[in-house]
Design a protein around this ligand. Structure first.
Ligand SMILES: Nc1ncnc2c1ncn2[C@@H]1O[C@H](COP(=O)(O)OP(=O)(O)O)[C@@H](O)[C@H]1O
Ligand SMILES: [Mg+2]
Length: 288
């Protein structure tokens, strides 16, 4: 029997045309970098992903570099989330999903890496903040306990929990009230808690799927600042439909359209000197 039809509700906000960045933002973003200092952490090669007969990602080849933010942009439905979810093999949890091509993490095919280990090393934060219904402390400690230290005492977990909350820029706000239920935090705090939870496992690659789309501008600014700091220590891949955001925080940008990678390059090149007409139209806000 064929699966029932899936009704998808598109919630993406309309696209904001790109305006020149503020001088200060440009200064934050523009970290001079030579192409040669970019260490490749992940690579997808000729990646194709289909849901049943529907091809969502079509023949994409793309590197992911240490110390950089890679921003995936493109209109709704072009395969950004699918590509992101393939990097830690979450996509295979979708019934009927099939994959062709290769994904490599530090030289190893992701298929030969034990899957929970892969998902620790390549950690994902979703569009809607999804803290567990437990305390702030337990949310972050969860990842540590999962790593085999289930019986460890709270006092021993305090240092790594604190460190993760600090890296996520949340410690100053919640450090004196770690027993507070996570679900009572603001949306922006919840999303940073989810980032802290992801960081607690010491990932090498952090995947963020439109992490700010449910947040107010202030929380968005805090998280963008945080991402710029995090890229120093790991590779970050962020999906965003906010072109301003891709411009502000992306070191490299990949523009996808109908499942294909149309253009990939340094953010300044993709936004200011795109090679393809389709990219030029998209980044100027002509279609979304
Ligand atoms: N679970 C699914 N089952 C069937 N089709 C899906 C599923 N998830 C996504 N798709 C389809 O795959 C394509 C790419 O979706 P997605 O990766 O979510 O795009 P984006 O994140 O760019 O909006 C779309 O046509 C979408 O309808
Ligand atoms: Mg998506």
């Amino acid at each position: 029997m064929p699966p029932p039809p899936i009704r998808r509700i598109v919630v993406d906000a309309p696209h904001v045309p790109v305006a020149p960045p503020e001088p200060l933002e440009a200064a934050v973003r523009a970290r001079p970098r030579l192409a040669t200092d970019a260490v490749e952490r992940m690579r997808v090669e000729d990646l194709t992903i289909a849901y049943g007969p529907k091809v969502a990602v079509n023949g994409v080849t793309l590197p992911v570099h240490q110390g950089e933010v890679l921003a995936l942009i493109g209109p709704s439905g072009c395969g950004k989330t699918t590509l992101l979810r393939s990097l830690n093999r979450l996509v295979e949890l979708t019934p009927g999903a099939g994959r062709g091509g290769k994904i490599v993490l530090d030289g190893d095919d992701v298929d030969v890496i034990e899957v929970t280990d892969l998902r620790r090393r390549v950690s994902m934060v979703f569009q809607q903040p999804n803290p567990f219904p437990m305390s702030i402390f337990d949310n972050v400690a969860y990842a540590l306990r999962e790593q085999g230290s289930k019986r460890v005492k709270r006092s021993e977990l305090m240092a790594p929990v604190r460190s993760a909350l600090e890296r996520a820029g949340l410690w100053d706000e919640v450090g004196d009230d770690l027993d507070r239920p996570a679900l009572r935090m603001s949306g922006g705090q919840q999303q940073r808690l989810c980032i802290a939870r992801a960081l607690a496992a010491n990932p090498e690659v952090l995947l963020l799927d439109e992490p700010c789309s449910a947040l107010d501008p202030r929380s968005t600014a805090i998280i963008e600042e945080l991402i710029l700091q995090l890229r120093e220590e790991l590779a970050v891949v962020i999906v965003t439909h906010n072109l301003q955001q891709a411009y502000r925080i992306g070191d490299r940008v990949a523009f996808m359209y109908l499942g294909e990678l149309v253009e990939y390059g340094l953010a300044a090149d993709v936004f200011e000197r795109p090679e393809h007409t389709r990219t030029a139209e998209y980044v100027s806000g002509a279609f979304g």
